[in-house]
Structure formats: structure tokens, C-alpha cells
Design a protein around this ligand. Structure first.
Ligand SMILES: Cc1cc2nc3c(=O)[nH]c(=O)nc-3n(C[C@H](O)[C@H](O)[C@H](O)COP(=O)(O)O)c2cc1C
Length: 212
């Protein structure tokens, strides 16, 4: 088995280090974050692999934003200026178009248009959802947590709306991601289909067999 010590990691060539370190957490969720500027003029869409569940009651999600220093980040600016955004699972038939959203577009160019996704709105919720996505979440900004060691930020939002394809949610509320046909992300540029292995009940100590 290949071993990387902390020193080996420090000594790696920059891109190789970035690739390895982005891959070691395994599969990450593929999501498109939709937002709009304060004048309701320019919409924005960008791919993020760092969305994480923070709690169910209240329902909260977080995601990590890279450093803002010297780089214009439209997702961040839009969320900070008007407080609303959407998280949309990336359909597995649109992975390349999803990847295109990571390019640096001008702030008056919408990735919806340039990467071939369709804006979809619900009632008076201001931020655009992705029409093609089978699981769409509307969020309200709650908190921004600076991670000082590397100048990243965790954005925390409350879940205000969830839209999910009916056939992929069970009576108990399990969402079958295979049926949803959405995407897992490895590293920074590999996209995976999701295949369910099995579903198990809540496990108690007595349920665990004795492996000797
Ligand atoms: C597969 C993949 C995953 C990404 N995940 C993140 C992420 O979790 N956080 C982040 O800040 N940027 C992430 N990015 C980079 C953003 O997509 C990119 O910076 C984008 O231009 C941001 O758009 P904005 O300036 O419109 O907000 C990712 C890029 C790719 C290709």
C-alpha cells in the first residue's frame, strides 16, 4: 500500500497534492447552487461538492466556500446580499454541463443559459431552482462560519422548500438516489453514477453477529 506522510504530502507537486487531497474523502454529493443578485437581474449557477447535512430539526445544510481573496465569487455575493439560494442535485445525464458551471463567467453572464440549464421559480421564492434537477432545495441564509486556518467559509442555511421526484421517495421517507439518477463526485473532476447496495434497519448492539 502506498504511504504518504505529512512531509511527503508537503513535498508533492502542487496539482498532484490538490488531486490527492480532494479525493481522499471518497464520494461527495454533486450539487448545483443557484442564486440571483439583489436587483433580480443576474442569475448564477455553480457546482459544489461540499454540501453537508447539519441537522433535521431545524433542517439545516452547510457548504464550504473557497477563499474570497482576490477572486469574485458570485454565489457568495448573491447569498450575502439577498439571503436566498437553491441547492439542486446534479442529474447524471448533465455532468459535463454541470462541470462547465465551474468556469469563471462574467457576473452578468448566467451559467443557466451558458451551461444549458433552465431556471425554475416557486411562488415568491426569489432564488432560481434548476428545472432539470430531480431534487431541488430552497434555502435561507442563516450563518457564515469562517474557517481561519485556510480562509474558507462554511455557509449555513435553513431548508425552506424541498422538491423531489415522487417515485424516488418511500413511505418512510427514504430517498433512493439511484432512482433519482443524480451524481457523486470524486476529487475535482470525476463524476460517478450512484448504485444502491442495500438498505438496513436501525442497528442495536444485539443485532451485530459475533464475528469471533
Ligand atoms: C467538481 C467541482 C466541485 C466544486 N466544489 C466546490 C466547493 O465545494 N466549494 C467551492 O467554493 N467551490 C467549488 N468548486 C468551484 C466552483 O464551482 C467555482 O469556483 C465556481 O466558479 C464558483 O462560481 P461563482 O463564482 O459563480 O460562485 C467546485 C468545482 C468543481 C469542478
Amino acid at each position: 500500500m502506498k504511504h504518504f506522510s505529512k512531509q511527503n504530502i508537503l513535498d508533492l507537486e502542487k496539482v498532484k497534492r490538490l488531486n490527492i487531497m480532494n479525493s481522499i474523502t471518497g464520494i461527495k454529493p454533486g450539487n448545483l447552487i443557484g442564486s440571483i443578485d439583489d436587483n433580480n437581474e443576474n442569475t448564477n449557477l455553480a457546482i459544489f461538492s461540499s454540501v453537508v447535512h447539519l441537522g433535521s430539526h431545524p433542517a439545516l445544510l452547510g457548504f464550504i466556500l473557497r477563499p474570497q481573496i482576490n477572486v469574485r465569487r458570485d454565489t457568495y455575493n448573491n447569498i450575502m446580499s439577498n439571503g436566498y439560494y437553491t441547492i439542486n442535485h446534479l442529474p447524471n445525464d448533465s455532468t459535463l454541463n454541470g462541470h462547465y458551471t465551474s468556469a469563471k463567467f462574467e457576473n452578468d453572464e448566467s451559467e443557466f443559459k451558458h451551461c444549458n440549464f433552465t431556471e425554475w421559480y416557486h411562488s415568491d421564492f426569489k432564488a432560481p431552482f434548476v428545472k432539470e434537477s430531480p431534487l431541488k432545495i430552497g434555502l435561507k441564509f442563516q450563518e457564515s462560519i469562517p474557517i481561519k486556518i485556510n480562509n474558507t467559509i462554511m455557509i449555513v442555511g435553513s431548508v425552506e422548500h424541498v422538491f423531489v421526484e415522487e417515485q424516488s421517495i418511500s413511505a418512510e421517507g427514504y430517498i433512493d438516489l439511484e432512482k433519482l439518477n443524480t451524481t457523486g463526485i470524486g476529487g475535482l473532476n470525476s463524476y460517478y453514477n450512484l448504485q444502491k447496495i442495500d438498505t438496513y434497519p436501525y442497528v442495536r448492539r444485539k443485532d451485530v453477529p459475533n464475528f469471533g
